[in-house]
Design a protein around this ligand. Structure first.
Ligand SMILES: [Mg+2]
Length: 110
């Protein structure tokens, strides 16, 4: 599945009032990103018998990453961004930085 297909398919389940476009998925994105961090935090805390990346841990993180993707797709749709193009543009930016030896450091327009 491409990001473009995902963006289109996921939109069918985007059920929130139009007046909350952008803000609703923005809140959700932060919430779900926190859930990814929460899974990793509990892994690092050592609550379980093993410190290994078990299938259960990996599956739990994958589900939260999927939730993050869903909110990214809805924000993209709400503001008219093609998620596929955003992904491609990001890769272009990163590879340009690699070629120019500017992958480290900060600043959006390196
Ligand atoms: Mg979640």
């Amino acid at each position: 599945m491409t990001f473009q297909e995902y963006q289109k398919l996921s939109r069918k389940s985007a059920i929130y009032p139009e007046k909350y476009n952008i803000i609703y998925p923005a809140i959700g994105l932060g919430d779900e990103a926190g859930e990814v961090l929460g899974k990793i935090k509990k892994w690092l805390r050592g609550d379980d018998e093993t410190e290994e990346l078990t299938k259960e841990r990996k599956d739990a993180i994958e589900k939260e990453i999927g939730d993050v993707l869903w909110y990214l797709a809805q924000i993209s749709t709400d503001v008219g961004i093609n998620l596929e193009e955003a992904a491609e543009s990001n890769i272009e930016k990163l590879y340009k930085r690699l070629e120019e030896g500017k992958i480290k450091g900060d600043g959006d327009n390196r």
